[in-house]
Design a binder for this molecule. Structure first.
Ligand SMILES: Nc1nc2c(ncn2[C@@H]2O[C@H](COP(=O)(O)OP(=O)(O)OP(=O)(O)O)[C@@H](O)[C@H]2O)c(=O)[nH]1
Ligand SMILES: [Mg+2]
Length: 203
């Protein structure tokens, strides 16, 4: 997948605010501060089109980006950050659940996990929910640059078994070194090709 043009479309909270295009959409989900927004910047090769911060809770709305007018990327707010106000925490779940259940052109998710941390209840719940709704998802272990090659392999083995995936099915990524960028874009490409094959007009 080659990316030429990227447009920030809008931020939304509720379904009636989502953009009304129907292009295949990929959403990036994960714990607060894991590096979702940085991953999108790396994929689209823009340093800071998507706002990032070392402080958790940076992305608080659902942000839509249109790639070459053919694919949509969605930056989701992160879950699990204890220090944001109760009000924000209470708003997160319905906002993201609404998105996951109502967005008809949502094709799949990139579920992002910090390579140094074990997946917790939230990641496992989300994975379970996605499986039960037949929603494809890719597991990406980010911040790989923080570990040695040996440690990376060790952690990839541990996390993939905790997420019930084969270790070949998880991708190691770093927004710093950009390792894993092509692999993620290839997987997104495969998903879109599979989707378009299945929805082609057969008349
Ligand atoms: N070393 C390293 N740091 C990273 C990487 N990805 C993100 N970061 C840093 O992690 C912090 C959080 O990154 P964001 O992209 O804002 O994370 P987020 O998941 O969008 O966070 P929220 O919007 O708060 O949910 C920033 O300080 C980034 O520079 C990475 O691959 N390696
Ligand atoms: Mg963010």
């Amino acid at each position: 997948m080659k990316i030429r043009d990227v447009q920030f479309v809008k931020s939304a909270v509720k379904p009636d605010q989502y953009p009304d295009y129907a292009v295949p959409e990929i959403a990036f989900a994960g714990r607060s501060n894991v590096g979702k927004s940085s991953m999108i910047n790396t994929l689209i090769q823009r340093k800071d089109l998507v706002k990032t911060s070392s402080r958790p809770g940076c992305t608080q709305l659902i942000n839509f980006f249109l790639i070459d007018e053919t694919v949509s990327f969605v930056d989701l707010p992160g879950y699990g950050y204890a220090k944001v106000s109760k009000k924000i925490r209470a708003a997160w779940q319905p906002m993201v659940e609404n998105y996951l259940t109502h967005r008809s052109n949502l094709l799949g998710l990139v579920l992002i996990i910090d390579i140094r941390r074990d997946p917790r209840e939230e990641e496992r719940n989300l994975a379970r929910w996605l499986i039960s709704h037949n929603m494809p998802f890719l597991v990406v272990l980010t911040k790989a640059d923080k570990l040695s090659k040996t440690q990376q392999q060790k952690r990839a083995g541990a996390i993939s078994s905790q997420m019930n995936r084969n270790s070949g099915e998880v991708i190691l990524f770093s927004a710093k070194t950009r390792v894993g960028r092509e692999a993620i874009l290839d997987e997104i490409d495969n998903l879109i090709t599979w989707y378009e094959g299945g929805t082609e007009d057969t008349d």
